[in-house]
Design a protein around this ligand. Structure first.
Ligand code: NAP
Length: 244
């Protein structure tokens, strides 16, 4: 039996990694949480849905015998990454975490860095923004529900299910986003504040460039605690790990 590589996915990098490995003839199983209704499916085999905590992941690893696990989940997805560390240690499977580098402010940027989503909501409520572009994702939109001093353009893949701020419009779309489109959106909607998580990566970077060009301040949610253990920052390095 060829032992597969398990990729914990849900990101563009995870899909790129699966494509690279599949093209090299490596057997790949990608795992998605099942949050997005119509996910872009990676090449190779795909399983969808939670494992059932550390215990469930341990059982999956024992049954499917991957020779390596690449945790290519989003930098803000903390629970699954913690579970992977524990489960892989218990079963004795090599694990690497693929973490795309964080975005860094450049000359001309006006960023307020906050430590979490609650801090972002506090920064919006305490500031004087009138029209906010909120790109922190469906699961975090409820943190802004109590703010009635601003209008929110909430950009999400699937509609949020929790409470939302009283003045808002939902725009459903999925990256990657180009610079022209981001510039047009922010100018047409008279956006005067961008709220985003520091996801890093290229697929959604254009909004930061557009904000810089248009002089729009940014509330940037810093990453949770940096991961430890075996970490790589590029798809190529993760592919080398998966090929071994
Ligand atoms: P999370 O809080 O770290 O994980 C919560 C639970 O969801 C995990 O305990 C696990 O359930 C399940 N899960 C998460 N990722 C999984 C995966 N790749 N395969 C199987 N089960 C998974 O995760 P989250 O922040 O809700 O993110 C969910 C997914 O969306 C991740 O795959 C992530 O890459 C992607 N994503 C997240 C964000 C974000 O901002 N958080 C942004 C873009 C994409 P069990 O305990 O039952 O195994």
């Amino acid at each position: 039996m060829t032992r597969p590589v398990l990729i914990l996915g849900g990101t563009g990098e995870a899909r790129a990694l699966a494509s690279l490995l599949v093209a090299d003839g490596v057997s790949v199983v990608s795992s998605l949480a099942g949050r997005v209704r119509n996910p872009r499916l990676p090449d190779g085999e795909v399983r969808i849905g939670g494992f059932g905590g550390v215990e469930g992941m341990v059982a999956w690893l024992r049954e499917n015998q991957p020779h390596a696990v690449v945790d290519a989940t989003h930098p803000f997805a903390q629970q699954i990454s913690r579970n992977a560390v524990e489960a892989c240690a218990e079963v004795g499977v090599p694990l690497v975490r693929l973490v795309r580098p964080a975005w860094e402010a450049q000359a001309g940027d006006d960023w307020t860095i906050v430590e979490d989503i609650v801090g972002a909501a506090r920064a919006v409520a305490g500031g004087n923004a009138a029209r906010v572009l909120l790109t922190t994702g469906r699961q975090d939109a409820d943190a802004f529900a109590g703010i009635d001093s601003a209008w929110f353009l909430i950009r999400v893949v699937d509609p949020p299910t929790g409470p939302l701020p009283p003045h808002h419009r939902i725009v459903r779309s999925r990256g990657p986003y180009g610079l022209d489109d981001e510039r047009t959106l922010m100018a047409d909607e008279k956006i005067d504040l961008l709220v985003t998580k520091n996801s890093g990566g290229e697929l959604t970077r254009a909004k930061l460039i557009a904000a810089r060009e248009l002089g729009i301040p940014v509330v940037m949610v810093a990453r949770p605690v940096e991961p430890c253990g075996n970490v790589v920052t590029s798809v190529e390095e993760a592919a080398n790990f998966g090929r071994k």
